[in-house]
Design a protein around this ligand. Structure first.
Ligand SMILES: [Zn+2]
Length: 406
């Protein structure tokens, strides 16, 4: 298998077995076989890009029924509002600026841009979430962004000052076409800003559930710099972000257009020192993850034997990797509570654990809650104080299996 960025040789370092589409929640009566694929990860020996070895057709993941909403968390709403404010003040302050967002989801970021009266366009192939964005006054094009679409946008709207993408770029195996498209669409001096889960955080926290069908690439500053270079871009800024379990926001500009910030050299040096792309580092991560799997299954099996009740909390896309890799089914976790209406009344993909609404969590509270949405742990624990008061205990599995009393 060859690297999707540079055609270099891929070194396989982790294998999570057969996995379903992480967001394909199943109707209870549906006994048909689910689509599945081998979730294995490799690192390119040349450009250091960490990537999945198998690609899922994009239409299977991003369609009218795509259930994830950016606006679902108050922390994320604030995160995107503050980013939009910063773009408005720094990059979009000239006459008639134009910003394009790839994978705009329900318009959480662009709503602030739209409210400021700034010209914008969201591009998202998932019709349901795109409709929500349009309902908030955001201009949306329902499409997969790629080179041809970029040329079309340029012809009708003119060049963009900023192209932005959050938790989108790492979803897209055909990054080549995206980079070409962005290079076409940006005005000279414009910037491409994107943020995605960071390989450094995933390795440090052993957050293996960041690896699933939609996360095709696990970026580092080193691999992003090399990808950018191949398309005439330069990595001019990086910013560590605490959201979604640790991300980096990368800023690319045309080569020579901007002076790179010192943060770029600092992060590149830190990655070198941590040997992020070294197969030995990556195999050590895989060994650690196998230990987490064994510990989690032991804990849940022991709790079941004692007659303790355990519910899942947050039927996240990430939970698909945990449940299916660990072989956890309704016998160990009878149901998962989730606030997303599109998931409720359905079964989690692969594991077939029923998903219920948030009200089911409190009636009555379980003894233990397995927190799949650990990236929102602080926000959730602050909201669920009654669970703590009822004597409930959270189970977390990142960076290791541990218990948190409320
Ligand atoms: Zn490569």
């Amino acid at each position: 298998m060859a690297c999707r960025i540079c055609s270099g040789r891929l070194h396989r370092f982790a294998d999570f077995g057969r996995q379903p589409i992480s967001d394909a929640f199943v109707l209870p009566g549906d006994t048909g076989e689910e689509f599945s694929f081998d979730l294995a990860v490799g690192v390119c020996e040349d450009c250091t890009m960490v990537q999945l070895l198998n690609e899922v057709p994009r239409e299977r993941m991003f369609h009218d029924g795509y259930p994830y909403l950016s606006s679902g968390s108050a922390v994320m709403r604030e995160h995107f509002r503050s980013l939009a404010d910063r773009l408005l003040a720094t990059e979009l302050a000239g006459p008639d600026p134009f910003v394009v967002e790839l994978g705009c989801n329900d318009g959480t970021m662009l709503a602030t841009i739209a409210a400021a009266g700034v010209r914008h366009l969201g591009v998202d192939p998932s019709g349901g979430v795109a409709d929500l964005a349009a309902a908030r006054g955001v201009r949306v094009r329902k499409d997969f962004f790629e080179a041809a679409v970029a040329a079309d946008i340029l012809a009708f709207e003119g060049p963009a000052d900023v192209v932005y993408a959050a938790n989108t770029l790492c979803h897209i195996p055909y990054l080549d076409s995206i980079m070409k498209g962005v290079a076409t669409l940006l005005r000279p001096g414009g910037v491409f800003v994107f943020e995605d889960p960071y390989l450094g955080d995933i390795l440090e926290r052993a957050s293996f559930d960041q690896i699933y069908d939609e996360h095709f690439y696990l970026f580092s500053a080193t691999s992003v710099r090399e990808t950018a270079r191949r398309h005439g871009f330069e990595l001019v800024d990086v910013e560590r972000l605490p959201v979604h379990g640790g991300e980096v926001r990368y800023t690319l500009a045309a080569r020579g257009a901007r002076t790179p910030s010192p943060a770029v050299a600092e992060l590149l040096a830190a990655e070198e020192a941590a040997a992020l792309a070294d197969p030995r580092t990556l195999r050590a991560f895989a060994d650690r993850v196998a230990g987490i799997r064994d510990d989690l299954v032991d804990l849940l099996t022991g709790l079941r034997a004692r007659g303790a009740t355990v519910h899942g909390y947050g039927a996240t896309a990430k939970s698909a990797t945990v449940l299916n890799y660990c072989g956890i089914g309704p016998d160990l976790v009878p149901h998962i509570c989730d606030s997303t209406p599109a998931k409720q009344g359905r079964l989690a993909p692969g594991s077939r654990i029923p998903v219920r609404g948030p009200e089911a969590f409190a009636s009555p509270y379980p003894d233990y809650a397995l927190l799949f949405a650990w990236n929102h742990a602080e926000e959730i624990m602050a909201k669920e104080t009654a669970f703590r008061d009822a004597g409930g205990t959270w189970i977390l599995y990142v960076p290791d299996v541990h218990l948190v009393r409320g």
